[in-house]
Write a new protein. Structure first.
Length: 196
C-alpha cells in the first residue's frame, strides 16, 4: 500500500541548503556529535524523517550546535510504495529479533560481530534489519509511535523524496525565549513579508 506524506527532517542550515539545491540527501543519518550525542540508524542506512516538525527541530538543534550553525527543519514529500508498518505492538525490538533470526538461523552471529563496540554493533544490526526488510519486498518503514508522531525510513531516498524545501530556520539562542512553534510562525510570517 503506497504511503504519500509530507515529512520533516531536522539538520543544520548549511546542510539543508545543499540538500535543497541538489534535491537529495548526502550525509548519513548516523552521526556522533562533539557533545557526545549520537544519532543512530537503528533500521539501517536510509533517510529518517518524522511527521512532526517540532521533533525534527529538536534533531536540528543537535546538528546546529555541533556545526556552529542555525537549526533548520526541511519539509519534503515522501512516497513509499510498500513500507513495513510498525507500531507499539510490533516495533523496533520485534523487527530486530526477526531480522537477526533470518540472518543467523542457527542463532549464532559471527564471532567478529560479537566483539564489536556498541556503535559498530548497532550499525551492523541496522544493516541486517535493512537487508531483511528489503528482502521482504519493502522499500522503507512507517513506524507509528503514537497518534501524534510517526517515523519514516526511506531506503531508496533518491526515488522516494521530492519537493525538498525549508520549513523554517532558527538560531539556537532564540530557544531561550521561544518555542519551536513560535519560531516557525515567525519564520513563515517573515518569509511572506519579504515576498510581498
Amino acid at each position: 500500500m503506497e504511503e504519500r506524506v509530507v515529512a520533516y527532517r531536522g539538520i543544520c542550515l548549511s546542510e539543508a541548503m545543499e540538500v535543497i539545491r541538489n534535491q537529495r540527501y548526502f550525509a548519513a543519518e548516523e552521526r556522533k556529535f562533539c557533545n557526545n550525542i549520537e544519532i543512530k540508524a537503528v533500521f539501517g542506512p536510509g533517510v529518517y524523517l518524522v511527521s512532526d516538525y517540532t521533533v525534527a527541530a529538536e534533531y536540528a538543534y543537535c546538528h546546529a550546535e555541533a556545526n556552529g550553525d542555525k537549526g533548520s527543519v526541511v519539509r519534503q514529500l515522501l512516497c513509499l510504495q510498500n513500507p513495513l508498518w510498525l507500531d507499539g505492538h510490533f516495533g523496533e525490538k520485534e523487527v530486530r529479533n526477526l531480522a537477526l533470526a533470518w540472518k543467523y538461523p542457527d542463532g549464532t552471529p559471527d564471532e567478529e560481530i560479537l566483539t564489536q563496540d556498541s556503535t559498530e554493533l548497532n550499525r551492523r544490526t541496522g544493516n541486517v534489519i535493512r537487508e531483511y526488510v528489503m528482502e521482504l519486498g519493502h522499500d522503507g518503514i512507517v513506524y507509528k509511535i503514537d497518534d501524534n508522531l510517526t517515523y519514516y525510513i526511506a531506503y531508496c531516498p533518491d526515488e522516494q523524496i521530492s519537493a525538498v524545501q525549508l520549513d523554517f530556520v532558527y538560531e539556537i539562542e532564540e530557544l531561550q525565549a521561544c518555542t519551536f512553534s513560535d519560531l516557525r510562525i515567525r519564520y513563515r510570517r517573515d518569509a511572506e513579508e519579504t515576498q510581498v
